[in-house]
Write a protein that binds this ligand. Structure first.
Ligand SMILES: Cc1cc2nc3c(=O)[nH]c(=O)nc-3n(C[C@H](O)[C@H](O)[C@H](O)COP(=O)(O)OP(=O)(O)OC[C@H]3O[C@@H](n4cnc5c(N)ncnc54)[C@H](O)[C@@H]3O)c2cc1C
Length: 535
């Protein structure tokens, strides 16, 4: 911040007075450096202070002070958005870390919602489901357990139940927000009944949208009601491995979604080494060999035929035998960067009879699929089932993702694209990954019964290498162009450069309107400047 030393002392004193304790205010350089960077290619920049409020009233006092002195505020929970969204602008400012506000304000089982604060994480939510409310579930992202449920919903997060309900903002019933001018307001039905029952957003005009997707530029959300979903008593996971990944995305996955029997559909296209640290090395090798056998040696139909026999003679644990047989089968190997498409599906049902009917419907289309696909219950993975369940039992940690290239760089461009074009995006995206010497890691999920798709390209890179960081930056832009131009999609949680790219293509009056909304909400431009910075 461009302030004199005595002004800085005054700001710090006022923050300490608001917090009532100097412990929750920091200008220690190491602390500031940690808050000013993330795992991405975005340049680190330091805030001037970090504060950790514990109540809406304290947030309000911080905002009133910042608005009076025109100091930037950067709302923050874990900084794990993978887009540089909590890195301060050149103006510096105060990072407002919401971690201490991690309470459950209300758990309403009858009306099926929970009111949470911003610091309430997916780890907290998992514990709540495991200990108090096993009858409910929620859409979990593949994000680490220390990330916030509330920010994920604000950022249009994608999760395990996306195929049924769409992105996470669809679960929001209402919010309490401290506006950039310091007023505390509510959106949703509890604005009328004064926070007694937070049951939905309709039928008032839905102003929740003024805070969703805005990356903390229109206010600080201090409470949010999210919907809890009934958890069906029967829930089982399966893997589907297609011989032809491109055809699978163009045709099969849409036919599968049309059946309306899957509670979860998640698709990953990545090399086996992404499982490093989770799956033993010899099993990773075996799986890479098997994938090669299915896809490049076109043996899917053969494996489908002999799989029941292998299961029968091994007591449902065929993998050790496959390992022994692999030299005889001449499975072959691709290079380590070859990606494989694997789709995880979950079928839920209220009883075994309904479950069986749903599974039969899936089996039927898998049986006749051309090119062939292999459907495997996770039980078929034998000893590996535990590993797979630890990945599927969200939230999860994927240790290899952070350091596959050494140097700890992880970045991505994620997007929502029309379902009809996701296969184009995957193919072109893979070409760009390869051209620029990144192995492909691509995540896809159908949303809201195939109304749209998530398409996310992930790059692991060496953050210590300037050249590789620059190449990651360039690759992201090429991938974003595929999303915008070839798929007619839109990047989500967009970093500054992606905002620029989408603005270049967007309808000018619509961008002008967004600018006006931001200006109206935050007249002094104090909220997370540099984000969604439409020119
Ligand atoms: C390995 C990995 C995998 C991931 N997988 C997924 C995935 O599958 N699906 C998915 O959706 N996400 C995924 N994520 C992204 C991320 O975890 C979520 O978007 C997350 O919930 C937001 O991160 P955070 O809680 O750290 O928020 P932060 O990064 O701290 O904040 C995110 C944004 O919200 C703003 N903000 C923070 N608090 C508030 C507030 N109280 N009011 C208003 N604005 C606020 C910030 O200023 C910032 O713009 C993944 C991340 C990692 C690292």
């Amino acid at each position: 911040m461009d302030r004199t030393p005595s002004e800085m002392v005054e700001i710090k004193d006022r923050l300490i007075a608001i917090m009532g304790n100097e412990r929750w205010v920091s200008d220690d350089p190491e602390t500031l450096a940690n808050y000013g960077r993330d795992m991405t290619e975005n340049e680190p920049k330091r805030p001037d202070f970090v504060v950790l409020p514990e109540s809406t009233e304290q947030v309000q006092q911080i905002v009133i002070m910042a608005n009076e002195l025109k100091i930037p505020l950067i709302p923050y929970v874990a900084g794990a958005n993978v887009g540089g969204l909590t890195i301060p602008s050149d103006l510096g400012g105060i990072t407002v870390d919401m971690k201490r506000m991690n309470r459950v304000i209300e758990l309403n089982k009858k009306d099926k919602y929970i009111v949470i604060e911003p610091g309430f994480t997916f780890g907290h939510l998992r514990r709540l489901f495991d200990t108090e409310i096993p009858e409910f579930r929620y859409s979990f992202p593949f994000a680490p357990p220390f990330t916030s449920v509330l920010t994920n919903a604000l950022l249009h997060g994608l999760g395990s139940l996306s195929v049924l309900y769409g992105s996470a903002d669809n679960f929001i019933n209402g919010m309490e927000i401290v506006l950039p001018t310091g007023e505390i307001v509510n959106t949703g039905t509890q604005a009328v009944n004064r926070q007694e029952v937070w049951y939905g957003r309709a039928p008032l005009p839905d102003v929740s949208g003024l805070f969703i997707g805005f990356q903390g530029t229109t206010g600080i959300v201090t409470k949010m009601s999210i919907q809890l979903l009934d958890r069906p008593p029967v829930l089982r996971h399966f893997a589907i491995i297609p011989e032809d990944p491109y055809d699978f995305l163009e045709h099969f996955v849409h036919d599968l979604t049309k059946l309306s029997v899957c509670d979860e559909i998640g698709i990953g296209y990545f090399p086996a080494k992404v499982g490093k640290g989770l799956v033993p090395d010899d099993m990773l090798d075996l799986m890479a060999g098997m994938m090669h056998y299915l896809r490049f040696q076109k043996k899917t139909a053969f494996v489908k035929r002999i799989w029941p026999l292998l299961k029968a003679i091994t007591g449902n644990k065929p993998f050790p035998l496959v390992k022994k047989l692999s030299p005889l089968l001449h499975m072959g190997r691709s290079d380590d960067d070859q990606a494989w498409l694997i789709t995880g599906i979950t079928i839920g049902a209220h009883d075994e009879k309904i479950f069986k009917a749903k599974l039969d419907a899936v089996k039927k289309i898998c049986k006749v699929a051309k090119p062939p696909v292999l459907l495997l219950p996770t039980g078929d993975f034998g000893d590996l089932q535990k590993v797979f369940m630890s990945i599927l039992d969200l939230p999860t940690q994927l240790p290899a993702l952070y350091d596959l290239k050494a140097g700890g760089g992880l970045t991505w461009v994620g997007s929502y694209v029309p379902s009809s074009r996701v296969h184009i995006g995957m193919k072109k995206g893979e070409e760009i990954h390869r051209k620029n010497h990144f192995f492909p890691v691509i995540v896809m999920r159908p949303h809201k019964q195939d109304h749209y798709f998530v398409l996310r390209f992930i790059l692991a890179f060496d953050r210590k290498s300037k050249e590789e960081t620059a190449l990651a930056r360039q690759t992201l832009q090429e991938l974003a162009a595929v999303i915008l131009d070839d798929c007619k999609g839109v990047p989500y949680k967009p970093a500054g450069w992606a905002v620029q790219m989408l603005q270049d293509r967007a309808d000018p009056p619509s961008i002008e309107f967004l600018k006006r909304v931001k200006q109206f909400m935050d007249p002094n431009g104090i909220m997370n400047p540099g984000r969604l910075d439409f020119q």
